[in-house]
Write a protein that binds this ligand. Structure first.
Ligand code: GDG
Length: 461
């Protein structure tokens, strides 16, 4: 069996440079095991898109460009200003444009046309994420009969939200064209089943088999994970590095709270800053004792909603520093730049609190990376939003769960994390780390591919 992975962006890595992020790590490991193709957008814009191909070991990378019109309609438009906000429950930020939708379908058609000639009869095909939902429909139209799976990295919203999308029926048919669809959490899976039952009168009673629109498919919950050993090694290796030393001497005796995200409205960064401001107001004993480092990597800067968010965050950060800062103590360090992965690992390791409070998040890998980077006999505490997919598994395991819309609740949890005894921190850390190990990146790909490779497991006919 050969594996063919299709994702919007393709991350090429060498053996010496580990890939950043869960998707890249998981896909690389799967491709290394099975051999195959990784197909997707090169990240380049060209008015006459060309296929670029190169081989590394058993893996062939096939990259295609987008025209500027395609990038605007497919990527910045329908993917990131329609599907992304809608699937993250932000109806107020979602825009609906027939033109964008047409371009979104056309790009998926073109990707399918470019991919189809490269396929062999026994290949299994694994499509990643919301940019590419129509890929199975388009491949089937071209006569491809291989098994095709789809994994959604972001939440699948409640049916009442989904039906707001003018093209929800077309997308539902696209989902049903797959053999296997995977979601991050049991809640996402249930919401997909609710949609299929209500809107398509489909049969969703069997454990994983769904029958709808004349098709039979498997739908599973399959949370993504991280490479725990890789993050532990990265974090342990930074101990002697100068940036960590500099940070520790700048902090002096302050406890570090760390937040790391793309600067995205789904991540709840303004709410997080307000919660920290509430901590400073309501728990003045932390003045001079705590410092919050928020790293927000620039993201989707061509999208207007992200420009507004950046302004809002900058204003809040300025207000907090202005109101509470002292010449010899900075309560907040806000940085709007991308950092090397090993620098992040170092900040995670020395932070007493990992502050991860998205308003909605498919899963959230930062929460897992923070936990993996801890020093086991003196670990920090994960404060995690209930609206991160990761909370489904980590709540019972020992994370402190908060409602990020409630700044008092969040500030209270932050205070609790900051004053927690070492024994309780160790207990909680042990539980959370064991869960993250159990659901790591290898478990994710093996579970998904076991369904994709084997065909229907329950139901039959
Ligand atoms: C989507 C879903 C789901 C962040 N800043 C920098 C940097 N990062 C890395 C993190 C982490 C990754 O990017 C972010 O992953 P998340 O899961 O936290 O969030 P999304 O980017 O929104 O990912 C999400 C995920 O897909 C996987 O399915 O969990 O719910 O939204 O690895 O460490 N990496 C570097 N510099 C940075 O400044 N190098």
């Amino acid at each position: 069996m050969r594996l063919v992975v299709v994702s919007n962006r393709v991350t090429q890595v060498s053996k010496t440079r580990p890939a950043a992020g869960g998707l890249a790590v998981g896909v690389h490991a799967a491709l290394a095991e099975h051999g195959g193709i990784w197909f997707g957008w090169s990240g380049d814009v060209a008015e006459e898109p060309k296929l670029k191909r190169h081989r590394q070991g058993d893996v062939t990378y096939v990259l295609t460009d987008l025209t500027s019109e395609e990038k605007a309609g497919f990527y910045s438009g329908f993917s990131n200003r329609t599907l992304w906000p809608l699937f993250h429950y932000r109806l107020d930020l979602a825009s609906f444009s027939h033109e964008w939708y047409q371009v979104y379908r056309r790009v998926n058609q073109r990707f399918a046309r470019e991919l189809a000639p490269q396929l062999q009869p026994d290949d299994i095909i694994w499509i990643q994420d919301y940019h590419l939902i129509p890929m199975a429909t388009e491949l089937r139209r071209l006569g491809v009969t291989n098994r095709i799976g789809f994994f959604l990295h972001i939440p699948y919203p409640a049916a009442q939200i989904m039906v707001v999308l003018p093209w929800h029926r077309q997308l539902a048919a696209d989902f049903c064209a797959y053999d296997v669809v995977g979601f991050q959490t049991p809640t996402d899976l249930q919401q997909f089943k609710d949609y299929v039952a209500r809107e398509l009168s489909g049969d969703v009673d069997a454990a994983t088999t769904i029958r709808a629109l004349g098709r039979r498919l498997q739908a599973i919950a399959c949370p993504i994970g991280i490479d725990v050993d890789e993050m532990q090694a990265l974090a342990a290796a930074v101990e002697a590095r100068s940036h960590v030393e500099r940070m520790r001497s700048a902090l002096r005796r302050s406890a570090l709270v760390v937040g790391v995200d793309r600067l995205d409205y789904s991540k709840g960064i303004p709410e997080r800053l307000r919660a920290f401001e509430t901590l400073l107001r309501d728990y003045p004993e932390h003045h001079g004792q705590v410092s919050f480092l928020q790293i927000s990597a620039p993201s989707r800067e061509e999208v207007p909603e992200y420009v507004l968010l950046r302004n809002e965050v900058e204003q809040l950060a300025g207000r907090i520093t202005g109101q509470y800062g002292e010449p010899d103590w900075l309560p907040l360090r806000y940085i709007n730049r991308t950092h090397p992965r090993r620098a992040l690992a170092g900040y995670f390791r020395y932070a007493r609190v990992g502050f991860v409070t998205p308003l909605r998040d498919g899963l959230n890998l930062v929460a897992q990376e923070y936990v993996a980077a801890q020093i086991e006999d003196n670990p920090g505490v994960l404060v995690l939003s209930r609206f991160a997919g990761a909370s489904a598994a980590l709540e019972a395991a020992g994370a402190l769960i908060v409602n990020p819309y409630d700044v008092h609740d969040t500030a209270g949890a932050l205070n609790r994390a900051l004053v927690m005894s070492a024994d309780e921190r160790r207990d909680r850390h042990r539980g959370v780390l064991a869960t993250i190990r159990h659901n790591d990146i290898t478990a994710w790909r093996k579970r998904f591919l076991s369904y994709l490779d084997s065909g229907p497991i329950d139901g039959g006919g």
